[in-house]
Design a protein around this ligand. Structure first.
Ligand SMILES: Cc1cc2nc3c(=O)[nH]c(=O)nc-3n(C[C@H](O)[C@H](O)[C@H](O)COP(=O)(O)OP(=O)(O)OC[C@H]3O[C@@H](n4cnc5c(N)ncnc54)[C@H](O)[C@@H]3O)c2cc1C
Length: 385
């Protein structure tokens, strides 16, 4: 089916990005994979390419657009090349919507130019060792000082993408106890400078997949956060999280669909090249049926991912629609990538083949940004169940 989401500008960006990935990422990606992290300097190259400023107003150094289509192309092109940009995805996909929604003029002036130039990389810290799906149960606290100049932050976070390289982290913390009527009351968001005294990075976590992404534990011991780094209003954090989770979930849905699409191409090529019993693996009817079935699933996921993208750009993607897109696209990707790996035989299990990395990378899509089970609870609630 003809796709209608991308115009000539988007396709020109795709060409530029494809050439950039070929030149700057493919030759060094194995080194990043072995090191388990993308070098910090690489983010300056992404900044030069302009990818951090697409949705930032021109007065702060950005391109002044309002669209997620260029991010979508990044998902497709990195998956196609069998690479990724490490933990930098959270900088734009997760952090920027909060800055745009909540930052005052003064905060925008302080934060956005450095955001665009990669001088300050951002991450977001919601999850804690004791609570992930149930965010209202978070224990990290931020107490306003008596003179009102700063908050004192104490607690711990875990699984924070970009946590090693981040220069500023949006930390969710309790500024007031939950009320009996509303467990979600009392959470606030802070843009914490990671150089602050008392802020420390714990382990860089050793993961099944997304090996180049710097996922870390964070700890805060009496960290002084200036009052001017509070984002939005005190105690309204949960409301803000609810507003932005739809775009995060769209990103995961689109990324998963792009991985599934790439997996089919990898499997098609591999099975055409590989000879077994005197014929290419692609010549077996089973291979054709498997690839055809995978292609049909990918086409359906593409339609959902594209439609969710249009709705997101129009400001219309609801929480339930985003949950539905995430659930569908990530479950499709799970099935498709597994079947495509099977068609590679033993080589599919080797990390030197992109399908093996995709298989491991994709697994987390059904977990982070809210698990598939949580997506189902959101959809069911929207159905009035
Ligand atoms: C690689 C990676 C990167 C991440 N990056 C970030 C990040 O940058 N920032 C951040 O804040 N967090 C991040 N996370 C955390 C992620 O969002 C959480 O892991 C996720 O929300 C699940 O929380 P949990 O791990 O505590 O699982 P739990 O909440 O303990 O869930 C355990 C199981 O219980 C199920 N469950 C929970 N509640 C229900 C329910 N109501 N009904 C039915 N089943 C339920 C879950 O679906 C799951 O199967 C990341 C995680 C990973 C693995």
């Amino acid at each position: 089916m003809r796709r209608t989401v991308f115009n000539e500008d988007h396709e020109a960006f795709r060409e530029t990005l494809r050439a950039f990935i070929e030149a700057e990422v493919v030759p060094v990606f194995d080194d990043w994979f072995q090191a388990g992290i993308v070098p910090r300097e690489f983010y300056y190259k992404l900044a030069e390419l302009g990818v951090f400023g697409i949705n930032v107003d021109e007065e702060y150094g950005g391109a002044g657009l309002e669209t997620h289509k260029f991010e979508a192309i990044q998902y497709e092109e990195t998956a196609r090349a069998g690479v990724n940009f490490g933990g930098s995805g959270v900088h734009v996909l997760l952090a920027l919507p909060y800055i745009k929604m909540l930052a005052t003029e003064d905060q925008k002036k302080r934060w956005l130019p450095k955001f665009v130039s990669a001088e300050e990389m951002w991450a977001i810290a919601m999850t804690e060792p004791g609570t992930g799906s149930d965010l209202a149960g978070m224990k990290t606290t931020a107490k306003l000082s008596e003179d009102g100049t700063h908050y004192v932050l104490n607690g711990a976070k875990t699984f924070i993408t970009g946590g090693v390289h981040a220069d500023r982290v949006i930390v969710c913390a309790r500024t007031a106890p939950a009320t009996p009527e509303d467990r979600r009351h009392g959470i606030s968001l802070f843009a914490v400078d990671t150089k602050s005294e008392g802020y420390s990075i714990g382990r860089k976590l050793d993961k099944l997949g997304l090996r180049t992404s710097d996922t870390a534990e964070l700890a805060f011991v009496d960290v002084k956060v200036p009052a001017e780094d509070l984002m939005g209003e005190e105690n309204k954090g949960f409301y803000y999280l609810g507003k932005n989770l739809a775009s995060e979930r769209w990103g995961i849905a689109f990324g998963a669909y792009a991985q599934a699409k790439a997996a089919v191409e990898f499997a098609k090529k591999y099975t055409q090249d590989r000879t077994v019993f005197g014929q290419p693996v692609a010549a077996f009817q089973n291979t054709k049926f498997e690839l055809a079935a995978c292609k049909a699933e990918v086409d359906a996921a593409e339609a959902v991912a594209d439609r969710a993208l249009e709705a997101l750009d129009a400001g219309e993607l609801t929480a339930a629609e985003a949950a539905s897109a995430k659930l569908f696209c990530t479950e499709v990707a799970h099935r498709v990538i597994d079947r495509c790996l099977q068609l590679h035989g033993g080589y599919g299990y080797m990390n030197e083949y992109p399908i093996a990395r995709l298989y491991a990378d994709n697994r987390v899509n059904r977990i982070y940004g809210g698990t598939s089970e949580i997506m189902k609870t959101i959809i069911a609630k929207d159905m009035g169940l």
